[in-house]
Ligand binder design. Structure first.
Ligand SMILES: [Cu+2]
Length: 159
């Protein structure tokens, strides 16, 4: 079969891109252990307040885990509970969040924490807060008329 030279180059280019892409994804997933965050844990969205850990939103110190604190958030139109939280500098924190009503976003501006909160699911993200300052949590999923008023704050302080 005769193939034009440019066609061969194009095919080689395409197949190489595919191999590079699959290798990157494969190494990232199987060697580095990366996986898409959250959505593996479910919750009854109508009974969020009665279920652990969402019965006590806020920052909690934990022992014997890979992280030092658990930061629990409950989102609902149009607020986050807690509205403000203080985290000691350098703390490794597991953020655990869910929503009571509709889909909300959970983006901590200036960091790579960016989760979607879906009713019935628990979203989690573990991170270390190693920069002092105030961080704004914003909802980046349009959730209704008060969407733009929906925010919370994290203050990372030296202790
Ligand atoms: Cu919103």
């Amino acid at each position: 079969m005769h193939m034009h030279k440019l066609e061969k180059i194009w095919l080689i280019l395409g197949i190489s891109c595919l191999i590079i892409f699959l290798t990157t994804v494969g190494v990232s997933a199987f060697y580095m252990g990366n996986k898409p965050p959250s959505c593996l844990l479910t919750i009854d969205p109508e009974k969020v307040d009665q279920q652990k850990p969402f019965d006590k939103p806020g920052l909690h110190k934990v022992e014997g885990k890979e992280w030092d604190y658990e930061l629990v958030y409950v989102a609902q139109a149009f607020s986050y509970n807690p509205a403000k939280v203080e985290i000691p500098l350098g703390a490794k924190v597991k953020v655990i969040a869910t929503t009571k009503d509709v889909i909300h976003g959970f983006e901590v501006a200036g960091t790579n924490i960016n989760m979607m909160l879906e009713p019935g699911y628990i979203s989690e993200y573990t991170t270390t807060f190693d920069k002092e300052g105030e961080y704004l949590i914003v909802c980046n999923e349009y959730c209704g008329s008060g969407h733009h008023l929906m925010f919370s704050k994290i203050e990372v302080v030296k202790k």
